[in-house]
Design a protein around this ligand. Structure first.
Ligand SMILES: Cc1cc2nc3c(=O)[nH]c(=O)nc-3n(C[C@H](O)[C@H](O)[C@H](O)COP(=O)(O)O)c2cc1C
Ligand code: SF4
Length: 483
């Protein structure tokens, strides 16, 4: 992963935890009463893919155990990981792309309700993504994947030779010679792996996204409702299809790209289709970016505009993340796909302990505060969820007290210690396992390995409740804690 050049080392510490009385009387532990979204407390565990689903995208017992363990900590809400809305093979990524997934998802919602004693609301994040391929072997790329064109022939001075000779010649060229022959997209496919973009409107599947996606999202949301989820979060963040429509890099000329008004059009149409399907009294919100953190990407001004549009359209919550784009991803190894959390934008999405003078904590807080102010200035009070490096009670409480957020998201801190919410509420904050922001978990995610936390995955491996990862060396959920 990209690291700030300053490489200042930070250690997570917390100067003070609240007493039980202070916690119980705090804003953080006060309820949120919003028309479709009522939370017992203003804490939120954002979506985190743990790679526990089956190869067919089904809920497994490991998926159930994972979310039930978070639920034991009784946060206000948990958002189930990015879940695919298309019925296509996507490895062990959870899917909601057909009726056959509903029964498994129902078992998941039942388990979370039971483990939290009904205290935790459960939402599910709905994702669409475009095709991305692994970085190819140069031989495979030049012999099979590349379409040999007249441009290649002309640039190589090989107008008459047969195609195989052209392919062989291309394979023999150095990197810098290839730059004079291949187009930027072909070079990217060679160096990073082929990646589809929303601007590839010459592809029928991409040009028709404005017609296909609203239906796919709406059907997935209906299944989520049938499975007993309390709401859905439309994934409009990071490197995926809907975020790419919102992106300032979206230059589609069919009314769905270019100006902000056009870029937000499909996300609004998707929302409207979802709303029409699930009815007026079901929680529907989205996760999007406070800033893309890429050259020529959308910034916080764009995010303020989008937030107002989403709020005015009637979304029930807005959850803000940051960065996480393919545009600045590092070159993957041959045989691996690009991972959108390896560049600077990836760093801003999940800042780590080697940081700059601003440190890894709360980097998203100020932009989110601006976005919340913009929503309020439009006369709306849609709940805003702020996430990024939050691990202490004082940090979270300050965000609420200063009007910078309505709900506070704890992703890695909840992974490090799913009992954070209980421990702090009971005045036992000094028992919290503090996230080190090492991104060991994110390294596992990058390799599509079962995600665990280094703070607990080797603890009490022989205890009866320890179910081990496929490598046999790590436990899959945090050891139990009881008050
Ligand atoms: C292992 C892992 C998986 C993640 N998966 C998702 C995901 O499915 N959807 C999403 O919107 N964000 C995902 N994220 C990003 C987190 O939700 C969160 O925005 C990020 O970790 C920053 O918050 P934090 O500093 O509290 O960890 C993931 C993060 C981690 C560490
Ligand atoms: S592995 Fe654990 S300590 Fe390290 S960043 Fe992830 S949650 Fe935090």
């Amino acid at each position: 992963m990209w690291k700030p050049p300053e490489r200042i080392k930070y250690q997570t510490t917390v100067a003070r935890w609240p007493t039980e009385g202070e916690a119980v009387g705090s804003r953080l532990y006060s309820p949120l009463s919003s028309p479709n979204l009522s939370l017992e407390q203003r804490t939120w565990v954002p979506a985190m893919v743990p790679w526990r689903a089956s190869e067919e995208g089904d809920v497994t017992q490991d998926v159930i155990d994972w979310y039930a363990r978070f639920a034991e900590g009784m946060p206000g809400a948990i958002v189930v990981e990015a879940t695919g809305i298309r019925d296509i093979p996507s490895g062990p990524l959870l899917r909601i792309s057909d009726e056959r997934y509903v029964a498994g998802l129902r078992r998941l919602t039942d388990a979370v309700r039971e483990a939290s004693g009904g205290q935790t609301r459960l939402l599910i994040q709905l994702i669409d993504f475009l095709t991305i391929r692994r970085r190819p072997q140069p031989e495979a790329f030049f012999n099979r994947f590349l379409d040999v064109t007249a441009t290649h022939r002309q640039r190589l001075g090989m107008k008459q030779q047969d195609e195989q000779a052209v392919r062989q010649r291309l394979l023999s060229l150095s990197d810098s010679e290839l730059e004079d022959v291949l187009s930027p997209r072909e070079l990217e496919s060679l160096r990073q792996g082929y990646r589809e973009r929303v601007t590839d409107t010459h592809l029928p599947t991409v040009s028709t996204l404005p017609t296909t996606l609203p239906v796919l999202f709406a059907q997935a949301a209906r299944r989520a409702q049938a499975a007993g989820f309390d709401g859905v979060e439309l994934h409009y963040a990071h490197a995926y299809t809907m975020a790419s429509f919102l992106s300032a890099t979206n230059t589609r000329s069919d009314g769905y790209g270019g100006s902000r008004e056009h870029r937000v059009r499909l996300p609004l149409e998707v929302y409207e289709a979802v709303r029409a399907e699930v009815g007026e009294d079901y929680a529907v919100g989205c996760r999007f970016l406070s800033d893309e953190i890429i050259a020529t990407g959308s910034d916080v001004d764009d995010a303020c505009f989008f937030a107002k549009e989403f709020a005015l359209a009637g979304m029930d919550f807005l959850s803000l993340s940051r960065g996480g784009k393919f545009d600045d991803a590092k070159q993957p190894k041959v045989g691996w796909a690009a991972y959108p959390y390896t560049g600077q934008s990836g760093y801003e999405c999940m800042p780590a302990y080697l940081s700059d003078e601003r440190g890894p904590w709360g980097r998203n807080s100020e932009p989110v505060s601006q976005i919340r102010a913009a929503v309020h200035s439009a006369g709306m009070s849609t709940p805003i969820i702020s996430t990024g490096g939050i691990h202490s009670f004082d940090q979270a409480e300050a965000l609420l007290a200063e009007g910078k957020a309505d709900v506070v998201g704890f992703a890695r801190q909840a992974l490090a210690d799913p009992d954070w919410f209980q421990k702090v509420r009971l005045g036992r904050g000094n028992e919290v396992l503090l996230c080190r922001y090492s991104n060991y978990c994110e390294g596992l995610d990058q390799k599509h390995k079962q995600v665990t936390c280094e703070l607990w995955d080797r603890a009490a491996l022989d205890s009866p409740d320890a179910i081990l990862a496929t490598d046999g060396k790590r436990r899959l959920t945090a050891p139990h804690w009881s008050p």
